[in-house]
Design a binder for this molecule. Structure first.
Ligand code: DGY
Length: 330
């Protein structure tokens, strides 16, 4: 028994992941599992120690899978499976160079993320956090004609920066709010996706100038890093609402602060920031027109379990040398 155990591929799971994924790994009988059984990220030094000699790693987005880690893991490593759709924490070039395959979790979180994006958009545009605060703390005097007024979706133009599965899902949910027009920009036209929501392809500047609501739905890459900066905000409408549920790194937060604090744009809803967690004394927290959530877009029990299961199945398939259910093409 011991001999059989010790010849099974070794995998390191960098976090206490939801039970569905753990069950799949355990029941497979295919791997020896070691897991950092905590809700807190594994300390880097511990991680570097634990991955040594591993065949597979199942990680979450707090673990940088970079050259240092790959070197620490050594030549046995065949598969990295991340329980996320985002992959900006993975050094893809280094993985590719070493022939390491990568699994990720697209699709299964699209509905959940789109739902939260709509919630965040409405919370921001209709000033819900400000309103509940006022109601609770005595700011609620008599009914007043322009008090806590916001901006409505009906008749609006919604812009999507980076049109993919999630952008489409957001648009599908917003359409019943009587949005007048969807526009998007991306590095190239996404004809098929755009047709699903009748979205018009525009330039980056047109997106900035025309959007009443601007939802950022792109991946964080060297090309999109800091793309939402003064150049964007300064072209936006004064009534515009900026929503980001992708990655904090796409936003220049100093520029966003300047735009919000001078009422250059009406509001921002952020589920992602740099860094995470955002320090509680960060200037953005001082703004009434900025709604900040702690990276919860995919946080439903169902979705997180499904992500965990998919990450486990990706890992197992990769270790068997089979096509993964969702493999990132490197
Ligand atoms: C992802 O999957 O990339 C999200 O940010 C967390 O679900």
């Amino acid at each position: 028994f011991h001999r059989a155990m010790s010849t099974l591929p070794k995998v390191y799971v960098t976090r206490k992941v939801p039970p569905d994924g753990v069950d799949i790994l355990r029941k497979s009988g295919q791997v020896q599992i070691e897991m950092w059984d905590s809700d807190e990220p594994v300390p880097r030094l511990e991680l570097l120690k634990k991955v040594k000699g591993c065949d597979g790693i199942l990680c979450v987005l707090t673990e940088k899978i970079d050259i240092q880690l790959l070197e620490a893991a050594g030549p046995n490593l065949k598969v990295v499976s991340t329980m996320s759709v985002g992959f900006d924490h993975l050094s893809l070039d280094e993985l590719k160079k070493r022939g390491i395959r990568v699994g990720y979790t697209p699709d299964v979180l699209t509905d959940c993320v789109a739902e939260l994006t709509v919630a965040l958009l409405l919370a921001t545009s209709r000033r819900l956090t400000e309103a509940t605060h006022e109601a609770k703390t005595g700011g609620w005097g008599t009914w007043r004609t322009l008090w806590l007024c916001g901006h409505e979706l009906a008749n609006s133009t919604v812009g999507i920066l980076g049109l993919g599965r999630i952008g489409v899902a957001i648009a599908e949910r917003l359409k019943p709010f009587k949005v007048k027009k969807f526009i998007y920009t991306d590095v190239a036209q996404r004809v098929e996706l755009a047709n699903m929501i009748e979205a018009e392809y525009v330039s980056f500047d047109e997106l900035a100038e025309q959007s009443d609501f601007l939802a950022v739905c792109c991946a964080l890459t060297p090309e999109t890093h800091g793309i939402c900066n003064w150049n964007l905000f300064s072209k936006m409408k004064r009534n515009a609402i900026f929503i980001n549920t992708s990655r904090g790194g796409v936003v220049n937060q100093e520029d966003l602060y300047k735009a919000l604090s001078t009422d250059l744009i009406a509001g921002a809803g952020l589920d992602v920031t740099t860094p995470e967690p955002l320090p509680t004394n960060h200037p953005l927290f001082s703004l009434k027109n900025c709604v900040i959530l702690p990276h919860i877009a995919s946080a439903s029990y169902t979705t997180r379990n499904t992500m965990s299961a998919l990450a486990a199945n990706n890992l197992l398939a990769g270790l068997r040398g089979e096509p993964m259910p969702k493999e990132l093409k490197l």
